[in-house]
Design a protein around this ligand. Structure first.
Ligand code: ZN
Length: 121
């Protein structure tokens, strides 16, 4: 939470600490959702133009099977993946990939796995 968020909530005297924590959490979730929604929109637009500014489109270097999933690097525990399913396909299937088990594209069944990595400081 930013300092501004905290100040805003502390001004409401009737709130308990738990309520404040929950509120901060919800505010952050809403912010993230909004940012992510904007991001998806811009990535989708760029993808339609044949660009991939966020490197969101996973490469199909791996076989994409359960044993050899496409590895998707991420600095967080989840990220959006765009699957083109078939080459020359103009439709991009967007779905959330979470840390842990490999997940399948809901359209073509290609396997993807989140590859957590740290940001260089
Ligand atoms: Zn697919």
């Amino acid at each position: 939470p930013t300092q501004e968020d905290s100040k805003l909530l502390v001004r409401q005297p009737k709130m308990s600490t738990t309520e404040i924590i929950v509120s901060i959490f919800i505010i952050n979730m809403e912010k993230q959702d909004k940012e992510e929604a904007n991001r998806i929109e811009s990535v989708d637009l760029a993808a339609r133009k044949g660009l991939d500014p966020y490197n969101s489109l996973a490469s199909k270097a791996a076989a994409g099977t359960r044993e050899d999933p496409n590895l998707v690097p991420s600095i967080t525990n989840k990220r959006i993946v765009g699957c083109t399913c078939e080459e020359d396909n103009s439709t991009v299937i967007w779905f959330w990939l979470h840390k842990g088990k490999a997940q399948q594209c809901p359209s073509c069944g290609t396997h993807y796995k989140l590859l957590p990595h740290q940001l260089a400081h």
